[in-house]
Write a protein that binds this ligand. Structure first.
Ligand code: KG4
Ligand code: ZN
Length: 343
């Protein structure tokens, strides 16, 4: 361990994954431990916040201990603890924040509060050591759909956002409607490979205050109407065709707005982030759109797209280097805005 290297313990608990990781110099992952609650929430068709909080309490100590062990480190070998403090489910967030504060107090290791979406964006730094701001980033997760200009580390301009459902939310709702269950995104991705994306034409909505805004609730309703109309005629729908046609409509809108921003801002680098960034059709379409325009394309490995703590350790590193420290009065903020610091 060299004294000029910086080691961050990242902790993430904003939704249904309890995660901890040790990251060196913001870019090198020494450990990345994720305890997923998917199996239990699947029973209810979605995340139940109270159950999520209880599971985080049960797991967090084990997960953090394992992350330090796999990295071959003690907590006092770390330069900082980075913890997600928003946005997310308030109960789950509070477990991570309280645990991190206790650990910081007991060990004397400084604390940095991390914005969850900033974490998703920072996942791109991990495998792409040459990637530096400025770049454009499409953040697509279960709770967020943002087209962002990353101007510098920690400096963001939101160009467009969803006016209603997040992209991941639309995947989850449509998956439920066609009997695929929770979590919908990966299941739609898989079954779409057997379907015809041009079988059904679902609408591509471009609405909102900004030319870069998104809307997915009309698309979701259109899928539900399609299913209902067939049911009334006692006809069967082809699950793979509905999935593939829906996925294509989502991807078309995401790529369309992204290309618009790339051209308007003459961007030369573009990154995907968030759980939906692991979608194979989106990755393929966005890569092609970037290649056609000579734009360098980045996306995290699938394991770093969905919730994890390595991305939190990476984001915390850049704040830590700027001298940003959270006090023991750090609180969880369920609706924290990107670019806002609540401590
Ligand atoms: O980023 P994430 O793990 O959690 C949030 O911060 O929300 O994103 C989870 C979302 C879920 O809606 C899930 O269905 C979606 O990402 N997702 C996918 C895929 N993998 C995960 N959506 C489409 N295709 C995938 N392969
Ligand atoms: Zn997330």
């Amino acid at each position: 361990m060299s004294s000029k290297d910086t080691y961050i313990l990242g902790i993430e608990s904003s939704c249904d994954e309890t995660a901890a990781a040790v990251v060196k110099n913001g870019r090198e992952v020494l450990s990345n431990v994720i305890s997923s609650q998917i199996a239990i929430h699947t029973l209810y068709g979605g995340v139940v916040p109270e159950i999520a909080s209880r599971k985080h309490i049960e797991k967090i100590n084990q997960v953090v201990t394992e992350a330090l062990k796999q990295a071959g480190m003690k907590i006092t070998d770390c330069d900082a603890i980075g913890v997600t403090y928003g946005p997310g489910l308030i109960g789950p967030l509070l477990i991570g924040v309280s645990f991190a504060k206790g650990l910081s107090y007991a060990s004397g290791v400084p604390l940095v509060g991390v914005h969850h979406i900033e974490g998703h964006i920072s996942a791109n730094y991990i495998e792409n050591h040459e990637l530096e701001p400025p770049f454009l980033c499409l953040v697509v997760s279960g709770g967020h759909t943002h087209l962002v200009r990353v101007k510098d580390y920690g400096e963001y301009e939101i160009l467009g956002r969803t006016q209603d459902d997040a992209a991941g939310e639309a995947f989850d709702k449509v998956a439920r409607a066609i009997g695929l269950g929770y979590p919908g995104g990966p299941k739609i991705d898989k079954v779409s490979k057997e379907g015809n994306p041009d079988a059904i034409h679902f609408p591509r909505a471009h609405v909102g205050d900004s030319e870069y805004d998104f809307s997915f609730s009309g698309l979701k309703s259109s899928v539900l109407n399609y299913l209902n109309s067939l049911e009334m005629k006692h006809e069967q729908y082809v699950q793979a065709d509905v999935a593939a046609s829906f996925q294509k409509a989502v991807v078309d809108v995401l790529v369309g707005n992204s290309v618009h921003a790339i051209e308007k801002f003459h961007a030369d680098k573009f990154a995907l982030a968030g759980g939906v960034a692991s979608n194979s059709a989106l990755r393929e379409a966005m890569q092609k759109a970037c290649e056609e325009r000579g734009v360098k394309f980045y996306r995290p490995a699938p394991i770093l797209c969905t919730d994890n703590a390595a991305m939190i350790g990476s984001a915390a590193y850049y704040d830590f280097k700027k001298g940003i420290r959270a006090g023991l009065d750090l609180n969880a903020v369920a609706n924290l805005k990107l670019g806002e610091r609540a401590y």
